[in-house]
Design a protein around this ligand. Structure first.
Ligand code: HXC
Length: 257
């Protein structure tokens, strides 16, 4: 079926997913989350794609989960719907996910950005978790990912007050890779995405896999996992080519395997 709430596009080796519900500030209803995840998975399986860029149409990246859809929820309806099963699939995407965010990045919209690997924002972007103002709290990883990124004391202040963080604060706390002028956002992110997509694909893939382990494993277990990935890369043609090209003082030509 045609997606209703997202647009997708292919730009060379970069797959693009554009949240497209601008009249609601890209509020994320369940169907929309499923469309986002399915688009990610489709690009993840597409051998021609090396990186995935997520952005929002209109004034904002996303003002969060669709409140209209949650207002009647009960613990039982949510248990049966299991909406977070779709969110969990984002963590299994193996290719680089880049978020290009602007305007409001709130609640579930912030969680979606935090589920990406890299975040680029404009100077005027506002980040926040306003769930507390609605009598709830983040449910798609916000308390966990924000705390791991910026530390407990800062995370708790934002989660408890529901206040918005400025782009400068987000940059200072290491939440975003870079702040750029609004009219440069798309070009900047696409440049980074194309750069990564041109790198040896298995290196990029196993780097993400190893970095993800840093969050879960002890340093020793993480390093052993890293080592396995390092060894595995010696099975690729791109390793042979990369090292040969260096020794022959020429540019490598990578094939992606
Ligand atoms: C449903 C939303 C929405 C949302 C905006 N809209 N955010 N609808 N869910 N999260 C709708 C508004 O109702 C309005 O519809 C239209 O989008 C434009 O929004 P306005 O409020 O008129 O615009 P503005 O005054 O500019 O304010 C923008 C805003 C504000 C600051 C982003 O809309 C806002 O505070 N939104 C809610 C933010 C929020 O609480 N997010 C957290 C949701 S809970 P009409 O029909 O009136 O034009 C959450 C939990 C995550 O994310 C759990 C995991 C999934």
């Amino acid at each position: 079926p045609m997606p209703q709430y997202v647009k997708t596009a292919i730009d060379g080796a970069v797959g693009r997913i554009i949240l497209n519900r601008p009249e609601r500030y890209n509020a994320l209803n369940r169907a929309m989350i499923r469309e986002i995840v399915e688009a990610m998975e489709q690009f993840d399986r597409d051998e021609t794609i090396g990186a995935i860029v997520l952005s929002g149409a209109g004034k904002s990246f996303s003002a969060g989960a669709d409140i209209d859809e949650m207002v009647e929820a009960t613990p039982i309806t949510m248990e049966l719907l299991d909406p977070f099963a779709d969110w969990d699939r984002i963590s299994r995407v193996k290719k680089p996910l880049l978020a290009a965010v602007h305007g409001y990045v709130l609640g579930g919209g912030f969680e979606l950005a935090l589920a990406c690997d890299l975040i680029y924002a404009t100077d005027a972007t506002r980040f926040g978790f306003p769930e507390v103002n609605l009598g709830v709290m983040p449910g798609a990883g916000g308390t966990q990912r924000l705390t791991k990124r910026i530390g407990r004391t800062r995370a708790l202040e934002w989660l408890w007050t529901g206040e918005q963080m400025t782009a400068d604060q987000a940059e200072r706390f290491g939440l975003v890779n870079r702040l750029v002028e609004a009219d440069q956002l798309e070009a900047t992110v696409l440049t980074v995405a194309h750069r990564i997509a041109a790198q040896p694909k298995m290196s990029v893939r196993l780097i993400k896999d190893a970095v993800d382990k840093a969050g879960d494993l002890s340093i020793q277990d993480g390093m052993e996992h890293e080592r396995r990935n390092f060894y595995l890369l010696f099975a690729t043609d791109d390793q042979t080519e990369g090292m040969q090209a260096f020794l022959e003082k020429r540019q490598p030509t990578f094939k992606g395997n």
